[in-house]
Structures are given as structure tokens and as C-alpha cells.
Design a protein around this ligand. Structure first.
Ligand code: C5P
Length: 217
């Protein structure tokens, strides 16, 4: 199967030297790309700034902003069977990015932010022949928020993790996830190295997507 995997954070520029971003390391997305390759799938990895080497054998595209990721994903899904949206996309960006470095000020000041385009939502109205996996990083009400995202973002599967704990989730080498599917099935993968979680996820995604895509064709 052809996998498109997004990974890492996005960066939104405030001026030529400053940006707003998040703590995503890209480890989970890269591990999924690696596990999908190891399982014999083709992988197109689209990544925000990360310090990890892309897995050998993957087609790789580096992006920086949420708008660049939006364009790259829309292009990539034209030829894919599974989209895994693991990237931690900025939910908002500065209303204006200054072309010159902002001067230091000695008084408090306010910056205006605007929402970014939600990539998953933007794909949800197209008639799709690929399986969509979204991620939900939550600090509370994990199941309720994940189920809401599954519906709102029209995903076939949501992988949710609790990011309120310092020892798993963002930046960590370990994770623990709950998986919720559109057909009502759910699964838990307890705390383990991200590479192991990724292997398990790829197995589940392959099985579920085959079922789902066979039904559509
Ligand atoms: O709404 P939230 O950011 O928590 O949703 C997370 C999921 O939505 C992830 O799969 C992420 O890649 C995706 N997302 C997106 N476009 C955005 C923000 C998040 O596709 N602008």
C-alpha cells in the first residue's frame, strides 16, 4: 500500500528570526514511516522541522509552515491508500509576519493570531478512496475529545495520546495510545517505545484500511 505520513511540528514566522511552534519531535511519525516501510509499504514522509534522519527508502519532503503542509498533503493524497496525519500542525499563526526583525520593546505588547486551515477538515468533503488516520494529543477528557475529532475531521481512525504526563507522548521515546475507529471499534496500546507502538499501529491500520477500502471499491 502507499502510505503518506506527516510528522513533526510546523513553524509559523513572527518575523525573519522568530517563530511560534510546539514541542513535537517527529519521533512518532518517523517511527510509523519506518514501520510501514519494514512491513513492505511505500512511504511518502512529509515532515516539519525535526532532527531525525528520514528512514531509508522513504520519499521525503521537508516543510516548515502549516500552509506548506496543507499544499503538500493535498498533492500527496492524489496517489495514496493511507494518510497518517501525525504532524502537530499549529492551530494558529500570527496575523502578520513582519518582513523585518521586530524591535525590542520595554513595554508589554500584543500580537494578533489567526486560525490556520485545518488540513484534515479540508480533506473531509472530497470523495476519498484512501484511509485517514488522525492524531489527538489531549491533556484531559481523552476519549470524549478524540471521538469529537474523529467525527469533526471525518477520520476513519483516531490515535489519541495523553500528553499531560511528562514520561510519554511529545518529545518522549515512549508513548501509550488509545485507538478509536469510525466503525465503533477501539483498542489500547499500553506504554511502550514509540517504535513498538508504530509497528502495532501499522498492523492495525493495514488491516482496517484493507477492510474499509475493499468496502468502498
Ligand atoms: O485539532 P487538533 O490539532 O487537536 O487535531 C489533531 C489532528 O488534526 C492531527 O491529526 C493533526 O495532524 C490534524 N490537524 C490538521 N490541521 C490543523 C491542525 C491539526 O490536519 N490545522
Amino acid at each position: 500500500m502507499k502510505f503518506v505520513v506527516t510528522a513533526g511540528p510546523t513553524r509559523e514566522a513572527l518575523d525573519p528570526v522568530r517563530f511560534i511552534s510546539n514541542r513535537s519531535s517527529g519521533k512518532m511519525g518517523y517511527a510509523i514511516a519506518e514501520a510501514a516501510l519494514a512491513a513492505g509499504h511505500q512511504v511518502n514522509l512529509i515532515s516539519g522541522p525535526a532532527t531525525i534522519e528520514p528512514p531509508k527508502g522513504a520519499r521525503f519532503l521537508a516543510i516548515t509552515t502549516s500552509d506548506e503542509l496543507h499544499r503538500a498533503v493535498h498533492r500527496a493524497v492524489r496517489d495514496c491508500d493511507v494518510l497518517v496525519m501525525c504532524a502537530a500542525v499549529s492551530d494558529f499563526k500570527p496575523a502578520n509576519s513582519a518582513s523585518r526583525k521586530l524591535k525590542k520593546q520595554n513595554a508589554p505588547f500584543t500580537l494578533e493570531f489567526v486560525p490556520t486551515r485545518d488540513i484534515l477538515v479540508s480533506l473531509s468533503h472530497e470523495s476519498r478512496n484512501y484511509f485517514v488516520v488522525g492524531f489527538a494529543a489531549e491533556t484531559h477528557d481523552l476519549e470524549k475529545n478524540a471521538m469529537q475529532k474523529l467525527r469533526k475531521k471525518n477520520c476513519d481512525m483516531i490515535v489519541a495520546n495523553d500528553v499531560s504526563k511528562a514520561d510519554s507522548g511529545m518529545e518522549s521515546d515512549e508513548n501509550a495510545v488509545s485507538i478509536f475507529c469510525r466503525n465503533g471499534e477501539s483498542r489500547k496500546i499500553s506504554r511502550a517505545p514509540k517504535k513498538n507502538i508504530a509497528r502495532e499501529l501499522v498492523k492495525i491500520i493495514s488491516k482496517m484500511s484493507e477492510k474499509c477500502l475493499t468496502k468502498k471499491s
